[in-house]
Ligand binder design. Structure first.
Ligand SMILES: Nc1ncnc2c1ncn2[C@@H]1O[C@H](COP(=O)(O)O)[C@@H](OP(=O)(O)O)[C@H]1O
Ligand SMILES: [Mg+2]
Length: 263
């Protein structure tokens, strides 16, 4: 079967926010198709990573030929890196975030991340959660619902929850909500499924760029665990820690980490 991405309308191509959402949505459709091909385990993971990456690279080459791309699935050469660092516009994509959960149907905690970095800052982003039928994006920023839980809920990795987050949860009398994918955890705060996502110990720019752009557009607090800004399109794309939370929780989280660290 040959996948047909369709042709985006001119007003979508002309608008970075809508174009990011279109890319994430199309890659999500491709991933749902791959998930239906009868593969399992590592074969399914590899097929998903590859198919979504190839599709996004092809669509970006077609519609944004002058922009640089940083993708989790691309091996970046020294000359790619120097072009990326000189570029005015860089698309930062994670074609399949939460690969493990993607390979465990019918789980819906996996995502496609598409962000645009421009002159030092994230300017657009989209996170598709295809199995949920949702694409969160900066073009139509999500409205964060009123908080439905008095007790804070902290989203954590279901396969590798950092130890310090358990101590943080005790301190805040919070509940841990395990799930896959960094993007899904950040969108869980947007959706009022959790109130915070606090992570340290390893991650890369593509794991957080698009969801952080969406979370910021939705009015949530975002920073590194030391309270400093999250910076993208850096020479070293390792960006190991992040906080996304309802604004009223940021002070208590930053205070706890300043006192106890994340080790
Ligand atoms: N300690 C770590 N080092 C590197 N990457 C990490 C990490 N912890 C989480 N990640 C990345 O963050 C994403 C979400 O992980 P988790 O579901 O465990 O929270 C995954 O992306 P991918 O699925 O794109 O590889 C994973 O690779
Ligand atoms: Mg990822």
């Amino acid at each position: 079967m040959t996948f047909e991405p369709g042709t985006p309308a001119d007003d979508i191509v002309a608008d970075d926010h809508r174009f990011a959402a279109w890319l994430a949505e199309v890659a999500g459709r491709r991933l749902l198709e791959v998930r239906g091909e009868g593969l399992e385990g590592k074969e399914l993971k590899d097929a998903g990573d590859r198919a979504a990456h190839e599709l996004l690279m092809e669509l970006l080459a077609t519609y944004r030929p002058d922009d640089a791309v940083l993708s989790e699935e691309a091996l970046e050469t020294a000359s790619d890196k120097s072009a990326r660092l000189r570029a005015a516009k860089v698309w930062i994509v994670d074609p399949l975030d939460g690969t493990r959960e993607f390979s465990e149907p019918p789980r819906d905690d996996w995502a496609v991340h598409v962000a645009l970095w421009e002159n030092g800052t994230l300017t657009a982003g989209a996170v598709a959660q295809p199995a949920l039928g949702e694409t969160f994006n900066t073009g139509t920023p999500p409205q964060v619902p009123a908080r439905t839980s008095d007790r804070p809920r902290i989203a954590v990795s279901r396969s590798r929850p950092p130890a310090f987050v358990e101590a943080l949860a005790k301190d805040l009398d919070a509940e841990l909500v395990p799930m896959g994918s960094a993007g899904v955890k950040m969108m869980s705060v947007v959706r009022d499924v959790a109130d915070a996502y606090v992570h340290a110990g390893g991650q890369y720019e593509w794991d957080s760029a698009a969801p952080v752009a969406v979370a910021r557009a939705a009015g949530l607090f975002t920073s590194r665990v030391d309270g400093s800004d999250l910076l993208y399109n850096q020479e070293d794309v390792y960006l190991p820690d992040v906080i996304v939370c309802r604004p009223e929780l940021s002070e208590a989280i930053l205070e706890f980490i300043a006192k106890h660290g994340t080790d």
